[in-house]
Design a binder for this molecule. Structure first.
Ligand code: SF4
Length: 262
């Protein structure tokens, strides 16, 4: 029985692909993005979070384990419960993370079972890992949400981590397999929130003419509190969360260059 590690299931999700979706968050990621709002996802194994709770005047610390092991069959059985919503809305399942491609064998099995159950499948990935089973993943995936953070190798290494070449290589494999791809760009203050960074990404994307859809994701600091609870350091300082209107200029640049902002 094929097993994998996940850390959350979100039902009725609307930001992880088209329509209403059930989103599975798989554990493990090789990157360490400074703004990551799910740092508890980065390790493959479950992690313990220390949470300060209040009961009246009394304050106490509670330990919570994040992550658990599940079989592909159990997971897909869980997803099937939402089938009626998928049918009504045109939605489906999204595998997110962490980095879902880190558990590629498990992911293939989950996708295969979803395909057999006629569930629309989406993979939300940053592509930053060597993926021996990527072609099988492509075969069972209807849509990829593909993170492009920067095309500046130095910045990538400084703010995100290694595996820049894998990001480019995996996107090429996915596009060549004929899959639909929506590129997602997290817009991060002090990192890529300038026209030059956006044009660098556009120049790169123009090498894949079939990629026409782009999502711009505004930076937010909702994960900042988790860092302390995990004994980690939040490295984004006091940068405030961005609002959708802060991205207007970048949306226009993409539109002018022929991209559909979805
Ligand atoms: S790729 Fe995603 S999960 Fe991985 S560190 Fe970056 S933001 Fe976090």
């Amino acid at each position: 029985m094929m097993q994998g590690n996940i850390f959350d299931i979100k039902r009725y999700a609307i930001h992880y692909g088209p329509c209403i979706r059930t989103t599975l968050f798989l554990k493990c990621c090789l990157l360490l993005c400074r703004w990551c709002h799910n740092p508890e996802s980065q390790q493959f194994h479950p992690v313990v979070i220390h949470q300060v709770c209040k009961l009246g005047d009394h304050e106490f610390t509670e330990e919570r384990t994040v992550g658990y092991t599940v079989s592909a069959e159990e997971l897909v059985q869980e997803i099937r419960k939402d089938y009626v919503f998928f049918e009504e809305s045109g939605g489906g399942v999204t595998f997110s993370g962490g980095e879902p491609l880190c558990q590629d064998v498990f992911l293939v099995e989950c996708l295969r079972l979803c395909r057999a159950a006629h569930i629309h499948t989406c993979v939300d990935t940053a592509g930053a890992v060597v993926v021996p089973h990527l072609e099988e993943i492509c075969r069972y995936t209807d849509l990829f949400l593909y993170d492009i953070k920067t095309m500046n190798r130095r910045k990538f290494r400084e703010y995100v981590g290694e595996c820049f070449d894998e990001v480019c290589r995996n996107l090429k494999t996915i596009v060549n397999s004929g899959n639909r791809v929506i590129v997602r760009i997290p817009v991060i203050p002090g990192f890529n929130d300038d026209a030059e960074s956006i044009y660098e990404i556009i120049t790169y994307l123009q090498t894949f003419p079939v990629v026409q859809e782009v999502n711009l994701l505004p930076y937010h600091r909702t994960g900042a509190d988790k860092y302390k609870r995990l004994g980690m350091t939040w490295q984004m300082g006091n940068f405030e969360s961005l609002k959708p209107e802060n991205l207007q200029e970048f949306r226009e640049i993409f539109r002018t260059n022929g991209y559909q902002i979805t």
